[in-house]
Design a protein around this ligand. Sequence first.
Ligand SMILES: Cc1cc2nc3c(=O)[nH]c(=O)nc-3n(C[C@H](O)[C@H](O)[C@H](O)COP(=O)(O)OP(=O)(O)OC[C@H]3O[C@@H](n4cnc5c(N)ncnc54)[C@H](O)[C@@H]3O)c2cc1C
Length: 422
Amino acid sequence: MRGNVWHDTAKEPPITAQAFHGDMKTTVAVVGGGFAGLSAALHLAEAGVDCCLLEAAAFGEGASGRNNGQVIPGLKLGPADLRKRYGDAGETVVETAAGAADLVFDLIEKHAINCEPDRRGWVRAAHSPIAMPAIEKQARQWQDYGAPVDVLDQGQIAELLGSDRYVGGMIDRRAGRLHPLSYCHGLARAAQSKGARLYQNSPVLSLSKNGSDWHIKTAQGTLTAEKVILATGAYSDHLVPGWSKGFMTVHAMQIASAPLSSNILKTVLPGASAMSDTRKLAHAIRLDAEGRIIISGRGPLSGRIDDSVVQQLVRTIGRLFPTVDGQDWTHVWAGRIGITMDELPRLSSPQPGLYGIVGFNGRGVAMATAFGKAAAQHCMDQPAGFPIVDAPKVPFHTLRKPILAAAIAYYRTRDALGLASR
Ligand SMILES: Cc1cc2nc3c(=O)[nH]c(=O)nc-3n(C[C@H](O)[C@H](O)[C@H](O)COP(=O)(O)OP(=O)(O)OC[C@H]3O[C@@H](n4cnc5c(N)ncnc54)[C@H](O)[C@@H]3O)c2cc1C
């Protein structure tokens, strides 16, 4: 099997960007070239703020170029729960979360990004009857907000998905899907065209403060900036002491089939752009523009491609969509997901002038775009779409590997019992 399918199918080409070298100054330095960093650079550049973005490898090399491409608005909590959680900032958080898919699809249109957008909605499918109340609660909260979200019974969900394996669910019609690597390339092109200076193959080696200036060192130079946005996500290293202790990293694996025949395609997800289920160790499934079916699931903690996980994903698809059973599987790849204890992402400021974004818990296509914009707004001292909150805290972080292994075993049992995640 080949690696990441998005590399073989991206229609939006990567931009040309050099490695950073020499001594330069900028107003805002952005570290990390995924959705969050590129969105921050684009919004800064559009507002006329001088900014430089440094990416360790290529744009989209992290989770942003490896995911399932589901554009899902909202966080894991519904609006009423978000208002309780964020107090005075609650309404702003709800609006940012609610508008995150609009933000993505508007950027695609505005900058003519060739990333195969498809906006027929995202289905969240209940894998058992006892998972339904959690779905109904979330759908009700979004309906009260006025969002186009509907609860589905067993017949309705079977019609939308082409699978009779789910007992019900909900559809969020604000949501959709895209080609994630093409979207990354398009954001990079848009940011560069608005004047952002983008560099790739430029890992930042150290970050230090001298007076009010930040010094950002790479192997070949130093960038001096007034403010820094750390958008290194689950690929963060040790640039900011303690930063990586605020979240845990798990791995997700994905497989893609060869393009399905037109007859089979009529039977798979005929009425929605994408779906995921209510398991804590959830499966996410979509088609691409050429009719490949792509499924993601939890990978091994090592992050290595594991044949038993591949076989498990193949069996899952065969159970859900018997017409797809026996198809050729051509691509397999993995990526990292940053998870926080309360399943909420953070925009925090570990030091004055330094903003960090992390913890999308597997829901970062729309939300990382929105958080990148919010970080840019903070740098410009504008009202921001998301407040600065304390950096996340993971207790006993040094023991995270055995804790994660135990948690995964626990969640497997919960999933088997039919309980829903948020
Ligand atoms: C398999 C998989 C499936 C997923 N499916 C979905 C989905 O369908 N829908 C959804 O909403 N979300 C999904 N997600 C989550 C989503 O992909 C992420 O939340 C999102 O891409 C995070 O974006 P980011 O910009 O914060 O981080 P990233 O895209 O990970 O970018 C961080 C970047 O920082 C760079 N970097 C790290 N250290 C340095 C350094 N020292 N110097 C310079 N650069 C550095 C890295 O190279 C990387 O490019 C999925 C994730 C995975 C792994």
